[in-house]
Design a protein around this ligand. Structure first.
Ligand code: TPP
Length: 300
C-alpha cells in the first residue's frame, strides 16, 4: 500500500486549514510504513473505529476496514473488535467531546484493562461538528455557542486522569508538528497495551489556538517516560490552561510539553483473555469453538 492507495473518493468536508488534514496525512504515512519492513501489517489486519464529530470523518477518507461507532462509544466498539480477533490492529479516532465527555467512563476502563488498542484524540477543545459548544477540555472563559458569557469551568487534564486510570502509553502531539506526530503514532501502535495520543488539533473555525500553541509547545527531552512521578510532573506542567486563566490568558511562561510522556509494559486484557495468554488466531478460534460446544451441550 502507498499513501495514494489509502485515498477514497469521498468528498472532504473539513474546513480549509483544519488541523485534521495534517493528522490524516500523518496517519496515511504511518499506515504505509506499517505495511513495509520485515513484519508488515497487512491492510486487512487493520481496523479503524471512529466516533461522531468532525474527527470521525477521518475513516471516510481512508480506504481501510472501518467502523463508525456512535458518539462516545469508540472504546466499547474497539474493545469488542480486539477481543473478537486479537490479531487485528485496532486504532480508534475520537474527539475530545466524544472521548472525554460522553465516552469518559469507557476510556478509563480501556486504560484500566490495558487493552491493546491505540486511540488518537483529535483534541480541538470544542464540539466542532455541532458548531462550537464547550467541551471538557475547553479553556476557562471559552466563549462558545453554549457559553456565550464564557465557560465557567476549568478544563479537565485527561492525561492525568488516564495516568491514574492505568494507561500504559500516554503522549501528546500538535497538529502543526507532523514529523513528531508520525513518531508518536508509530510508537503508540507498536506499543502492546492501551495507548492514548492526545493531539492538540487546531479547529480554525470555532477555537483557533494555533498561535497560542505555536508559542508554547516544546518537545520533552531528559525525560524518563517509564517513571510514573516524572510522567505525572510532565503531565501537570501544562494543565490545559486550568488555573492560569486558560488559553489566551496572556500567560507567557506557560510551556506545553509534547512527546511520549508515559510508557510502561504490562499484561494486556486481550492476552489475559486469550487461552494460554497467547495471541494466536488458531488458538483463539479453538477456544471459541470449545466454548460453543460446551454451551450447546449444556442447553440440551
Ligand atoms: C449520543 C449522541 N450524543 C450527542 C450527539 C450530538 N453530537 C454529535 S457530534 C457532537 C460533538 C462532537 O465534538 P467532538 O467529539 O469534540 O468532535 P469534533 O466535532 O470536535 O471533531 C455531538 C455532541 C450525538 N450525535 N449522539
Amino acid at each position: 500500500m502507498t499513501a495514494h492507495n489509502f485515498e477514497t473518493s469521498v468528498l472532504n468536508t473539513w474546513c480549509p486549514g483544519c488541523g485534521n488534514f495534517p493528522l490524516l496525512n500523518t496517519v496515511k504515512t504511518v499506515l504505509q510504513e506499517l505495511g513495509e519492513g520485515e513484519s508488515p501489517t497487512r491492510p486487512e489486519n487493520l481496523v479503524l473505529v471512529a466516533g461522531i464529530g468532525c474527527h470521525g470523518k477521518i475513516v471516510d477518507y481512508l480506504n481501510l476496514n472501518s467502523f463508525y461507532s456512535i458518539h462516545g462509544r469508540v472504546l466499547p466498539v474497539a474493545t469488542g473488535i480486539k477481543l473478537a480477533n486479537p490479531d487485528l490492529e485496532v486504532i480508534g479516532f475520537a474527539g475530545d467531546g466524544d472521548a472525554y465527555g460522553e465516552g469518559l467512563e469507557h476510556l478509563i476502563y480501556a486504560a484500566k484493562r490495558n487493552i491493546d488498542i491505540t486511540v488518537i484524540i483529535h483534541n480541538n477543545r470544542v464540539y466542532s461538528l455541532t458548531t462550537g459548544q464547550f467541551s471538557p477540555t475547553s479553556p476557562l472563559g471559552f466563549p462558545g455557542r453554549s457559553t456565550p458569557a464564557g465557560s465557567p469551568e476549568p478544563p479537565l487534564n485527561p492525561l492525568e486522569l488516564l495516568l491514574a486510570g492505568g494507561a500504559t502509553f500516554l503522549a501528546r502531539g500538535f497538529s502543526s508538528e507532523p514529523e513528531q506526530m508520525k513518531q508518536i503514532f508509530r510508537e503508540a501502535i507498536d506499543h502492546r497495551g492501551f495507548a492514548l495520543v492526545d493531539i492538540l488539533q487546531v479547529c480554525v473555525t470555532f477555537n483557533n489556538l494555533h498561535k497560542y500553541y505555536a508559542e508554547r509547545v516544546y518537545t520533552v527531552t531528559d525525560h524518563d517516560p517509564a517513571d510514573y512521578l516524572q510522567a505525572l510532573n510532565k503531565i501537570k506542567e501544562w494543565d490545559y490552561g486550568a488555573g492560569t486563566g486558560g488559553a489566551g490568558s496572556g500567560e507567557e511562561k506557560e510551556r506545553i510539553p509534547l512527546g511520549i510522556l508515559y510508557k510502561r509494559e504490562a499484561p494486556t486484557f486481550d492476552r489475559r483473555l486469550s487461552p494460554g495468554g497467547g495471541r494466536s488466531r488458531a488458538a483463539t478460534q479453538e477456544h471459541r469453538e470449545a466454548l460453543i460446544e460446551k454451551i450447546l451441550a449444556n442447553s440440551k
